[in-house]
Design a protein around this ligand. Structure first.
Ligand code: DOR
Ligand code: ZN
Length: 356
């Protein structure tokens, strides 16, 4: 039961975000900048952001999509391809242009076709990253069609992640958007250098929500939501204060027309209510005193960057906050994540923080 009406924390960051490009970028980037100071930007564009020069151009497009003087810093990543050049990665890291490299197993998810087919093929890149301390961000699912979709994360840990950690213990790794108790346990039982992001939606839905009364395309994302005991494990990890777990929204916008179709795209668009969802989860679990760690402190500590100087005040309203159910883009509407529960928390508008 909530006993406080406001909570002021350091301005949060989003450690896993899809901003896309073009009109979609223009529609969603301001939503992220409204609540987050920085975001780790995923590189799975078409074509993907493989080389440093690609990331530099993408960064310019992101900044151009925001109103001038917006206080938002995109943290760029490169897409690990079979062809990735270790020298190019090292140069992009040394210049401060990139914060990490993303591993997509080829075929695992949206725009992953140019990803890695066999992790042994990219050993030289991974060794260089270990040398220079550049984190590897991992989409942790095997692509073997014989492995049940609900088991792909756990099998990835056994077949790929655990052997990689043993072979290259110096490589810093973030296991992205974890969805299972197995992943939580693996991170908790690991030595330093392994962390995990958790999404708002995986804290709230389990796999039943995908089929509640009919098929629910807006809850379909990858890794797919798992059974209830896994959701409970994720909540426990997120609200524990353990510095190895931090927020990555994995907001992954796809136009409604591409989700509400016979073969809909994977991805949940959640940025406009992400902080409200997470605050509600922490409130419901009596963990508001650990909210700041999850959304604002643990991520910077892992990435070795300063926490944000600015702060944000979240207000608990007496009645549920109304959120727009969709966002308009030039190409059509984009449905916002529906948590299926009342949200009472909302970031106070900036103007409300000015002295009267
Ligand atoms: O659901 C997802 N959507 N999972 C991913 O890994 C990629 C993302 C996207 O880019 O749409
Ligand atoms: Zn993602």
């Amino acid at each position: 039961m909530a006993t406080r009406k406001t909570i002021t924390i350091r301005r949060p960051d989003d450690w896993h975000l899809h901003l896309r490009d073009g009109d979609m970028l223009a529609a969603v980037a301001p939503c992220t900048a409204a609540d987050f100071a920085r975001a780790i930007v995923m590189p799975n564009l078409v074509p993907p952001v493989v080389r440093g020069a690609d990331a530099a151009r993408y960064r310019e497009r992101i900044l151009a999509a925001l109103p001038p003087d917006t206080a938002f810093t995109p943290l760029m990543t490169l897409y690990l391809a079979q062809t990735t050049d270790p020298d190019d990665v090292a140069a992009a890291a040394a210049s401060g242009l990139i914060s990490a490299v993303k591993l997509y197993p080829a075929g695992a998810t949206t725009n992953s076709e140019s990803g890695v087919r066999d992790i042994a093929d990219v050993t030289a890149v991974l060794e260089r990253m270990a040398d220079i301390g550049l984190p590897l961000l991992v989409h942790g699912e095997v692509t073997d069609p014989d492995v049940d979709i609900f088991d792909r994360e756990a099998v990835f840990i056994d077949r790929v992640l655990d052997p990689l950690r043993q072979r290259l213990p110096a490589l810093r790794i973030v296991l992205e958007h974890v969805t299972t108790q197995d992943a939580v346990d693996f991170v908790r039982n690991s030595d330093a250098g392994l962390a995990a992001t958790i999404t708002p939606h995986h804290l709230i839905i389990n796999r039943n929500h995908l089929f509640a009364g009919g098929i629910r395309p807006h809850y379909y994302c990858l890794p797919i939501a798992k059974r209830e005991r896994h959701r409970v494990a994720l909540r426990d990890a997120a609200t524990s204060g353990d510095p190895r777990f931090f927020l990555g929204t994995d907001s992954a916008p796809h136009l409604d027309a591409l989700k509400e179709t016979a073969c809909g795209c994977a991805g949940v668009f959640n940025v406009t209510n992400a902080l409200s969802c997470v605050a509600q989860v922490f409130d419901d679990d009596d963990a508001l005193d650990r909210l700041e760690a999850f959304v604002s402190l643990n991520g910077p500590a892992f990435y070795g960057v300063p926490v944000n100087e600015a702060s944000i005040t979240l207000v608990r309203h007496d009645t549920p906050v109304a959120f727009a159910p969709s966002l308009a883009t030039n190409d059509g509407p984009l449905t916002v994540f529906d948590p299926g529960m009342a949200l009472f928390w909302h970031a106070a508008p900036q103007t409300a923080q000015r002295p009267a």
